[in-house]
Design a protein around this ligand. Structure first.
Ligand code: SF4
Ligand code: SF4
Length: 149
């Protein structure tokens, strides 16, 4: 029948018209992110033992660590840089960290004007927080808190 396609199309349009609106008016409205969202990286410097596992596991040589030995011949972190422009967001580094010093955060506004600005100095930009002195959670506890949120 002539016009049947038009009516069908308008029916679909009308159906969408009365649906719940899902468009977010960003940046005025901020998105609600899932707990495991991968934005950028946070390094809890006091928890880092400068073992280098994160750097060794990175497939793209993004992470550069500097360390020195303290008076007890123990490694101490003195620098932690990430050439984030080369990061694949694979998460191997975060998974490899034995002390949960390196973690994902929810910083998703990472667009910059130059490549250099994208790179991260996680040691130099570290801001101490009382949370950093808390013992690391086990993988199971971590999963439970992710499910709860
Ligand atoms: S997410 Fe992957 S590519 Fe990026 S720094 Fe970590 S291991 Fe390297
Ligand atoms: S961030 Fe984790 S894996 Fe990387 S050097 Fe520090 S303790 Fe080791």
């Amino acid at each position: 029948m002539f016009g049947r396609g038009l009516i069908k199309g308008l029916g679909i349009t009308l159906g969408h018209l009365f649906e719940k609106k899902i468009t977010e008016q960003y940046p005025e409205e901020r998105p609600v992110l899932p707990a495991r969202f991968k934005g950028s990286f946070t390094l809890k410097v006091p928890k880092c033992i400068a073992c280098g596992l994160c750097a060794n596991t990175c497939p793209n040589s993004v992470i550069k660590i500097e360390s020195e030995k303290d008076e007890n011949n123990k490694k101490k972190l003195t620098g932690y840089k990430m050439m984030a422009e080369r990061c694949l967001y694979c998460g191997f580094c975060v998974e490899a960290c034995p002390t949960k010093a390196l973690m994902w955060n929810h910083d998703y506004e990472r667009a910059k004007f130059s490549r250099e600005e994208v790179n991260l100095d996680l040691f130099g930009s570290y801001v101490p927080s009382p949370e950093d002195d808390q013992p690391a959670k086990s993988a199971k506890e971590d999963e439970e808190s992710a499910q709860a949120s």
